[in-house]
Design a binder for this molecule. Structure first.
Ligand code: BG6
Length: 483
């Protein structure tokens, strides 16, 4: 299957924080891949910016190395690589001072799409936005892209929104949640809204519960300063898991347009009930065989921050009343795996009494790795004599179905190009982020008020016992991580 690549119009993309980790690992490789497939025209310019003063030719050399490291397949396409780095320019800019701004103003062109990507620490979002406006660099259709974390609570998110909106209008602001750029996350919308099979069943009459799991094997080492102040709730649930919940639970938007989709997501967030303490299990990984625990990694021997959280969430609306959503995410777990499990209700009556109780169908949407869909179905156990039943999985791996050579596209490839195209559908609107914080804040305040301590769990496990109990208590079971 050949994917269709539609080249975007010429653009100037100014990448602040161009020597930082995210730019090197994700953004530059994503731009290179889009160039390689012909989506970025040769007249595009990527103006990289950071604090240090260096010349463009030196920066290009660094970029070559970076791309060979983080886009290894690039190394085999030397011609494209050399062409691509020629699109890169460099300017040293001081985000909070005056240095470099006049030079930058002289580099951007007046007649092409203009985007500013703030791949910098959140405290610099406001100062950078203000300078872009004061220096006349931000035009009425320029775009500004900001990364997560977008605030650490409702108050800071509101302040950030105000700072940005003082300089840019909402239609110019692109708040990234990279989960929305993942191919399979978009596929969730296709599955729901491009097929007539599921929609009639997609409600509490037919669905018993939903499980959303984002499990990781990595710990927090290297990001300890940020993570120990955030924890799994702020780092993953408030954004990525809430987004997955929204796409699973939302009403069909009338069209696939930025505001139609985001309006429906906001309605879901606003329908989330507060989560009582007994419906939450927080965990922290204990020492591994090498003797390193979360607290060692965090450099904080008394840390109460959770590296794991599981919770039962209720969506209070007509469609979902009575169908809980169980969310679970954590570090240093058994496997790296993200999936959405939609568990249908058991058949109401059996005509095969001797075959034992019938179990409901289970639809598993695997987001990563090995993206695909599985549907657990009951069939007749083959063979003569009697009628026995057995469960099998209808299993579709997207890589197999769509061609093994289909390169898994990184979320940033899609998102960066959407910025240039001016499509905000896969970006979070200001009110959406605030609504998610308003919900998360009360949960966090609740456990902070009670001085709640996370339960310890073994690295390589599925999380603490309390998380299993959360489900068992309701007569349900998590799907095994790494199955
Ligand atoms: C980031 C979180 O937003 O998402 C990280 O800050 C997490 O803690 C990462 O590891 C997970 O992203 P992915 O794409 O690897 O699932």
């Amino acid at each position: 299957m050949v994917s269709r690549v539609i080249p975007v119009d010429p653009f100037d993309l100014v990448l602040f924080g161009a020597t930082g980790d995210l730019a090197r690992r994700k953004i530059l490789p994503a731009l290179f891949h889009r160039y390689q497939v012909g989506q970025i025209p040769p007249s595009a310019r990527i103006i990289c910016s950071a604090r240090g003063d260096t010349v463009a030719s030196e920066f290009r050399k660094q970029a070559l190395k970076t791309l060979k490291e983080f886009a290894p397949e690039a190394a085999s396409d030397e011609t494209a690589l050399l062409e691509f780095v020629e699109l890169l320019d460099y300017v040293g800019v001081d985000a909070t001072g005056d240095t470099g701004w006049s030079k930058l103003a002289g580099m951007v062109r007046p007649d092409v799409t203009r985007a500013f990507y703030l791949s910098v620490a959140p405290p610099l979002f406001g100062p950078l936005a203000k300078r872009l406006k004061d220096r006349g660099l931000a035009l009425s259709d320029s775009r500004i892209v900001v990364e997560k974390p977008f605030g650490r609570d409702l108050e800071s998110a509101r302040a950030l929104n105000e700072e940005l909106r003082a300089c840019f209008q909402e239609h110019q602001i692109y708040r990234i949640d990279h989960y929305l750029g993942k191919e399979t996350v978009q596929n969730l919308m296709a599955l729901r809204f491009a097929n007539s099979l599921w929609e009639p069943l997609w409600n509490s009459t037919h669905i018993d519960h939903v499980q959303i799991t984002v499990a990781e094997t990595v710990g927090i080492k290297g990001r300890e300063d940020y993570y120990d102040h955030a924890g799994a709730m702020r780092d993953m649930v408030q954004n990525h898991l809430v987004q997955l919940l929204c796409l699973t639970a939302m009403e069909p938007p009338s069209r696939f347009s930025p505001n139609a989709v985001r309006d429906e997501k906001v309605k879901v967030i606003e329908a989330l009930d507060p989560v009582p303490p007994e419906d939450i299990a927080r965990g922290q990984y204990r020492e591994d065989a090498g003797g390193d625990s979360y607290r060692d990694h965090a450099g904080n021997p008394t840390s109460q921050t959770e590296s794991f959280i599981a919770m039962k969430v209720r969506v209070s609306n007509w469609r979902w009343a009575g169908t809980p959503f169980y969310l679970r995410t954590g570090k240093r777990l058994r496997a790296r795996e993200s999936e959405i499990v939609v568990a249908f209700r058991d058949p109401p009556h059996t005509i095969f009494p001797s075959a034992g109780p019938l179990r409901g169908n289970v639809l598993v949407i695997r987001l990563q790795p090995d993206e695909g869909i599985t549907l657990r179905t009951t069939i007749k156990d083959p063979g003569p004599g009697g009628l026995r039943l057995t469960e099998v999985s209808l299993d579709m791996s997207f890589a197999e179905a769509l061609g093994a050579d289909m390169r898994a596209q990184d979320a940033y490839e899609r998102l960066v190009m959407d910025v240039i195209r001016g499509d905000q559908t896969l970006f979070m609107r200001g009110d959406e982020v605030e609504a998610a914080w308003a919900w998360a804040d009360q949960i966090i305040e609740n456990w902070e008020g009670r001085r709640d301590t996370p339960a310890l769990y073994d690295p390589g496990s599925s999380g603490p016992e309390e998380a299993l109990m959360l489900m068992h208590r309701d007569g349900r079971r998590w799907r095994q991580i790494g199955d």
